[in-house]
Design a binder for this molecule. Structure first.
Ligand code: ADP
Length: 477
């Protein structure tokens, strides 16, 4: 049995802004089920939604900050979470990273440097909990300083650094370093420095014993200039220590047979009942109730990464064909505006809901026929897997985890029952429109459509396989 300390800035359902949160509760759960001793450590933001006991464990002083560590459980799981409380840095309401205008909190470097330093104290058991991990598994830039700082310790645990998204690197002016009290040895271009800036993510990429990312295709992509953001050379240099492991999904949370957020449960043998969810969704969002028209869904942060601009460019052409679209998301204000303008022009076809709504997300997955994910890049992506489990056919761009988890519908993949979606290559609106047309054509042949749905619902995206790969990695370090 391995003792594993999981370092993360978010974990569902305590706090979530994206897929990182899902992974950082599901993977610890799956590892626990495989008999490992896992604890998750994260900051104690005011927005944290704890359930049940939160008990004080210990306090420590880091520079002039008084830090307390609390213990609670990740709700609905056997996994212990340690919460790092430092009110003078973490007492900001709302989003963990940005203010209500989407501007990063001015003291993010301080906040996450302190969090990393506390995680190192815990990893070395300097907090006297009589629990020293064998593996410290860090996630994304917010935890990037942990492998760097641990590299200077004797008798240290092994470190793994997982990149969930290369686009977020934690870059700060070098002046911030002084207040962070980081060891001078780390501050050079072979260490944490990146073109004169302090790079948190380099702490993970340079110093971790192993680097992982969340799909095999993304592991290759980030070694190229298009996806590596200037770190492609370093990643290629470390390629022997870099592997891609596809994320699993929480198959209890996302299960059309028991999902509490949907009015009609169904499975692969009662696919026709999915229609009732479609009708309920159409009613709920004020679209004409119609079981013949293909209903498209999209749930996402509204940012360029997700190809939202391509969707906006395509929509005036898409509405020429029979279709409806429900889009749930928030983010970039310009995208929000442009989408809402389109919804006003075509109220019978397009509904835009600017919100973050977990429950509606479930109803959309269950109610729509097709899920759009035209991402410019997608390290792993979760919704294309949720979709397949719900018999909802994903239309995806061939990149990252989308390329690894969706099989395009071709005569060959129909023949061997592997087709589960529609895949297109180029990142422009024309290619998305072609994919859209191909989808409506396939939809018009209900026999083929049901075959693709059945193939999709038979896929196993549970965490068990992926957790086993992580465990193997821990054993191999
Ligand atoms: P990313 O982490 O890049 O945002 P992922 O596909 O890995 O993308 O994970 C996104 C997760 O967040 C999914 O579980 C998705 O359903 C959820 N999500 C994104 N936006 C919303 C929203 N507006 N309402 C509800 N859930 C959302």
């Amino acid at each position: 049995m391995k003792k594993i300390l999981f370092v993360t800035s978010e974990a569902y359902p305590l706090i979530k802004t994206g897929g990182l949160a899902d992974v950082c509760s599901s993977l610890p759960k799956a590892l626990t089920e495989l008999g490992q001793d896992v604890k998750v450590i994260l900051p104690k933001y005011p927005a944290l939604k704890t359930v049940g006991d939160v008990r004080f464990l210990c306090s420590l002083r880091i520079d002039n900050h008084l830090v307390s560590i609390f213990e609670t459980m990740i709700p609905d799981s056997p996994v212990v979470a340690w919460l790092v409380d430092c009110p003078d840095l973490f007492d900001l309401a709302g989003n963990p990273y940005v203010d209500e205008l989407g501007v990063p909190w001015a003291n993010n470097a301080d906040r996450f440097a302190l969090f990393c330093r506390v995680a190192v104290e815990v990893a070395m058991d300097k907090v006297n909990r009589n629990w020293k991990p064998d593996i410290v598994h860090c996630n994304d830039w917010q935890s990037g300083l942990v492998p760097a700082l641990l590299s200077m310790e004797r008798d240290r645990p092994k470190t793994v650094f997982t990149i969930h998204n290369m686009a977020y690197q934690g870059l700060f002016p070098m002046q911030s370093v002084r207040s962070l009290n980081l060891p001078g040895q780390l501050m050079n271009p072979n260490g944490l420095e990146f073109h004169g800036l302090l790079s948190f993510i380099k702490g993970g990429i340079v110093y971790a014993d192993r680097i992982t990312t969340v799909s095999p295709t993304y592991a290759l992509e980030i070694q190229t200039p298009e996806y590596g953001y200037g770190l492609e050379g370093l990643l290629a240099y470390r390629s022997d220590d870099l592997i891609g492991i596809i994320n699993g999904i929480d198959t209890n949370e996302w299960n059309p047979e028991i999902d509490p957020h949907i009015p009609q449960h169904y499975n692969v043998d009662s696919l026709s009942k999915k229609q009732l969810n479609k009708a309920e969704l159409q009613r709920r969002v004020n679209l004409p109730v119609n079981d013949q028209v293909p209903l498209f869904g999209l749930i996402s942060r509204l940012v360029e990464q997700k190809g939202i601009d391509m969707v906006i460019d395509c929509l005036p052409d898409m509405v020429e064909l029979p279709m409806q679209l429900v889009l749930l998301g928030n983010g970039n204000k310009t995208f929000e505006q442009r989408l809402q303008n389109l919804a006003r022009l075509f109220p019978d076809k397009i509904v835009i809901i600017i919100d973050y709504d977990e429950s509606l997300a479930h109803l959309i997955e269950a109610g729509v026929d097709v899920f759009l994910m035209p991402s410019r890049f997608e390290p792993c992506g979760l919704n294309q897997m949720y979709s397949q489990r719900y018999g909802t056919i994903p239309v995806v761009r061939k990149t990252g985890g989308l390329a690894d988890t969706v099989v395009d519908t071709l005569s060959t993949s129909l023949a061997d029952d592997s087709a589960t979606g529609i895949v297109f290559k180029e990142a422009h609106a024309g290619a998305l429109l072609e994919a859209f047309k191909r989808t409506t054509l396939l939809y018009s042949d209900q026999q083929i459509w049901q075959q693709i749905q059945t193939n999709a619902m038979h896929r196993d995206f549970s965490w068990r396989n992926s957790a086993k790969q992580y465990l193997e990695l821990y054993h191999n370090i």
